[in-house]
Write a protein that binds this ligand. Sequence first.
Ligand SMILES: [Mg+2]
Length: 175
Amino acid sequence: MIFEKYFVPDKMFDTYEELTPEFLLERGIRYVFSDIDNTLATYDDIYPPEKLLRWLEMMKKAGITVSFVSNNNEKRVKLFNSRLGYPAYHRAAKPMISKLREAMKAAGAEKDNSCLFGDQLLTDAAAGKRAGLYVIIVPPIKDKKSWFFRFKRWLEKPYLKKYHNKARGVSNGKK
Ligand SMILES: [Mg+2]
């Protein structure tokens, strides 16, 4: 089924903080291509919150390179990244993968040592899967209450539940 091929994450966590360097290194992942909005911070966080800075620092100390690959605009991404100076890409147009590929090339990353980290199945997971990466999804920190986001959540809900259980090893009694 096409949905399963392109939108199903390999792993889900409840928050970005649950993603640890150990989890990544055990799987040979040294490059994280991360979404920003609702994955690492809310739309209201112009700059990375303190706890996110600590999480990023922990990744860095473990030798993991984080690059931001965001669908948001240049102003948002540049301001957010201004105190970090990480590799950052705006208007990535996920689920398109040209910017993601550009980010991977610039970082010297390969498919099998990289992951895509995000909160949306239709954009983040799809981009990661299309590019052949390991995909890690967290639920959005704070949804924008627009009809568009509500629609996307509604669309994703049954699949999220199913694969959340699967990823956590909860059996629903069916194959
Ligand atoms: Mg997002």
